[in-house]
Write a protein that binds this ligand. Structure first.
Ligand SMILES: Nc1nc2c(c(=O)[nH]1)N=C([C@H](O)[C@H](O)COP(=O)(O)OP(=O)(O)OP(=O)(O)O)CN2
Length: 193
């Protein structure tokens, strides 16, 4: 059984090296839609794979860390990266370029790690992140599966190499959320949401 939860964020980027001239040469924004797909062969005490309400805690915060931010590729022109950081309070620096494909991989790696740290309280069993779909526009999207998320061919994504601006960190409900995830701390799901 697969369930999906949709999240949204507004983000600006430039994607160097792509074929589309507008995309590689001008900063532009998209209203992203992100689908998290979870799978299990079991149901919890509410006869659900995983309560959608539980996803609106730290998972939502992680996905929405990109909202009203600029996504920067670490290996972009250092002057561009410096200027963007200077003029935008909310930015996220990535070890990969912010194409829809790489967004889906980055989000997969973050959510997969968070899910592995969650201790559930309502009988959820063997819930896994099946896929992440990132809709960049109404007509184009990328879908990441586990083998894509960890593909060396597509560029390794390490959590330590994802950098959120101080303002993004400040805007998390739990300001230490990302540090706790990187440290591998356990997150106890609330009994009720
Ligand atoms: N495989 C990918 N192709 C493109 C990406 C991407 O992330 N992955 N990104 C872009 C640009 O960001 C661009 O802004 C979006 O391109 P496109 O889908 O062509 O956008 P349009 O709104 O012009 O598309 P319509 O066909 O009018 O819906 C380019 N390619």
């Amino acid at each position: 059984m697969i369930i999906r939860k949709l999240f949204k964020f507004e983000n600006a980027h430039i994607v160097r090296g792509c074929s589309t001239v507008k995309c590689r040469s001008s900063i532009h924004g998209h209203s992203y839609k992100v689908e998290l797909l979870f799978a299990s062969n079991f149901l919890d005490n509410g006869q659900m794979v995983y309560d959608f309400g539980l996803m609106k805690q730290n998972m939502k915060d992680l996905v929405e860390s990109f909202d009203h931010a600029i996504a920067l590729w670490r290996d972009d022109d250092p002057e561009f990266v410096r200027d963007m950081k200077k003029h935008s309070a909310r930015w996220v620096e990535l070890p990969v370029s912010p194409s829809a494909e790489q967004f889906s991989r980055v989000i997969f790696v973050m959510i997969e790690k968070l899910l592995s740290l969650i201790s559930t309280q309502n009988g959820e069993k063997e819930v896994r992140l099946e896929s992440v779909i990132v809709h960049e526009t109404a007509t184009g999207y990328a879908q990441c599966f586990v083998q894509d998320a960890h593909s060396k061919n597509m560029g390794e994504i390490k959590l330590e190499e994802i950098v959120f601006s101080p303002q993004v960190l400040e805007d998390f409900k739990d300001k230490d959320l990302f540090e706790k995830i990187k440290r591998g701390e356990t997150f106890l799901n609330p009994a009720s949401v």
